[in-house]
Design a protein around this ligand. Structure first.
Ligand code: COA
Length: 193
């Protein structure tokens, strides 16, 4: 399979398309990530660099990636970078700041986790800044659990307030039912076209 094309109506009635990321999207994805990099507390989370985004297209076997399109613009980007054994993955997700809080991140998480489950990944890890409450909330909603928290780093002499979260995936179980009933509710508010 692969990431499907899906049209959704978000909570604010805007119509978006979630689809696989293509090589032609590279520059727009870079621009989206750069706009997010300039936000508070994001630097800690290491937004994808242009080089990293290029790798997504250079080594497609090692990535699950998708974009969200609205009026021809890329307003969301999500990726899972697979480990060499293809059983684990690192998730990163970005939505344009003008499109937040209306269900875009939620719908992208559904698609990313579905595809990861389908591809046989067994565990997804991610890292997020401690103060990034919207992201922590989103990940908890999808059953991610905290396994490590870091604070001040005395050796590096700098702040490193990060939360590391993970979630086990199981192909045999309905994705939305593993740990998080809310994910089912989330999808029900998205009207599929
Ligand atoms: C995290 C992020 C992807 C969420 O995207 P989004 O499009 O706003 O997601 P949604 O609209 O689906 O909202 C997700 C949840 O966050 C909640 N939320 C929004 N703002 C919030 C806030 N300030 N505090 C707490 N929760 C908040 C929403 O209410 C929603 O929860 P609900 O469904 O229970 O109501 C987006 O904020 C983002 O791109 N942030 C910058 C990049 C980043 O931090 N990425 C994550 C680390 S890789």
């Amino acid at each position: 399979m692969g990431v499907e094309f899906k049209r959704y109506t978000l909570n604010d009635k805007s119509e978006i398309t979630i689809r696989p990321a293509f090589m032609e999207d590279e520059q727009k994805i870079v621009e989206l990530c750069e706009s997010v990099t300039n936000e508070d507390y994001i630097s800690l989370q290491a937004t994808p660099t242009p080089l990293e985004i290029r790798q997504v297209f250079k080594f497609p076997d090692y990535f699950i990636s998708l974009v969200t399109e609205h009026d021809g613009n890329i307003v969301g980007y999500g990726e899972i970078k697979k480990s060499p054994c293809q059983k684990k993955g690192e998730l990163r997700i970005y939505t344009h700041k003008d499109y937040r809080g209306v269900g875009l991140g939620t719908s992208m998480m559904i698609m990313l986790l579905r595809e990861a489950t389908y591809k046989g990944l067994q565990k997804i890890n991610l890292m997020v800044a401690t103060e990034n409450l919207p992201a922590v909330h989103l990940f908890r909603k999808f059953g991610f659990q905290v396994y490590r928290v870091t604070g001040e780093d005395p050796l590096l002499g700098r702040r490193n307030n990060a939360i590391y979260m993970h979630r086990i995936l199981n192909k045999e179980t309905d994705l939305q039912c593993i740990q998080c009933n809310q994910a089912i509710l989330c999808e029900s508010f998205l009207i599929e076209k």
